[in-house]
Design a protein around this ligand. Structure first.
Ligand SMILES: Cc1ncc(COP(=O)(O)O)c(C=O)c1O
Length: 229
């Protein structure tokens, strides 16, 4: 999955080539989720495994209109891959869903035709939010959050800022303070201590206010005092 949810990592070409070599050696297909392909920052390059010649025959790419064009809920996306695979996937899709509503397909076509016009302002706005959120998070004691190069998530490590609390406990406390986050453990046991924060639907003032509330939660935990809303 590149760019990656939850970390925001954009995988470099070399890393994908290594994955590709392993897949080819073991005759495995590569299913590549590229839903966030357009949401990259700081000049980072999104590399699709399908664009790597050695992987073209066994890579299948998954794309969505939800992130690039903020069309979440329209349930529109597409698959790219070897012709035979796409034919079979098309047959299954036909039998299960028939097709996406016509007006949504037309909107998707218009979105693709105006790719830069529609997605560039979204990326610019997200970039500003990303920088604000990371700067604000880094004012928390014990926090060192890096700027992710893609998606609209940050995945900070809260272990030093809130020692003794699991991801779920900290997420519950954030929620009581009016801040939604996904505990890192949603994404696997290695995520314990982390929170995924999304800046897709919040403006700059809400980001600043949200981090202020997180700071309050952490300060209350440090002093072991009662929680306030
Ligand atoms: C990596 C990734 N792929 C796919 C999706 C699903 O997107 P859609 O809205 O097209 O179902 C998401 C949604 O959060 C996602 O994070």
């Amino acid at each position: 999955m590149t760019p990656n949810n939850p970390t925001g990592t954009v995988y470099p070409r070399k890393y994908l080539e290594d994955i590709g070599r392993t897949a080819i050696d073991h005759d495995l297909p590569i299913l590549s989720d590229e839903a966030y392909e357009a949401l990259v920052f700081d000049g980072a390059e999104h590399v699709s495994p399908m664009s790597i010649p050695s992987m073209r025959d066994n890579a299948i790419g998954l794309f969505s209109f939800s992130k690039t064009f903020a069309m979440t809920g329209w349930r529109l996306g597409y698959l790219c891959g070897p012709e035979e695979f796409i034919k079979r996937a098309g047959t299954i899709h036909n039998l299960v869903l028939a097709h996406v509503s016509s007006h949504i397909q037309i909107a998707g076509l218009r979105a693709l035709q105006g790719w830069d016009r529609f997605s560039a302002p979204i990326v610019r706005e997200l970039d500003e939010r990303r920088r604000t959120l990371v700067d604000e998070l880094n004012t928390l004691d014990g926090m060192s959050c890096k700027l992710p190069q893609g998606t609209f998530y940050v995945f900070p490590d809260f272990r030093d800022a809130s020692p003794g609390l699991t991801s779920q406990e900290l997420a519950d406390r954030f929620l009581q303070a009016g801040v939604g986050s996904s505990p890192g453990t949603f994404f696997g046991s290695g995520g314990d201590g982390y929170q995924r924060l999304s800046y897709s639907k919040v403006g700059i003032p809400q980001i600043v206010e949200g981090v202020k509330r997180m700071k309050r939660v952490i300060a209350q935990h440090a002093s072991a005092g009662p929680l306030e809303n």
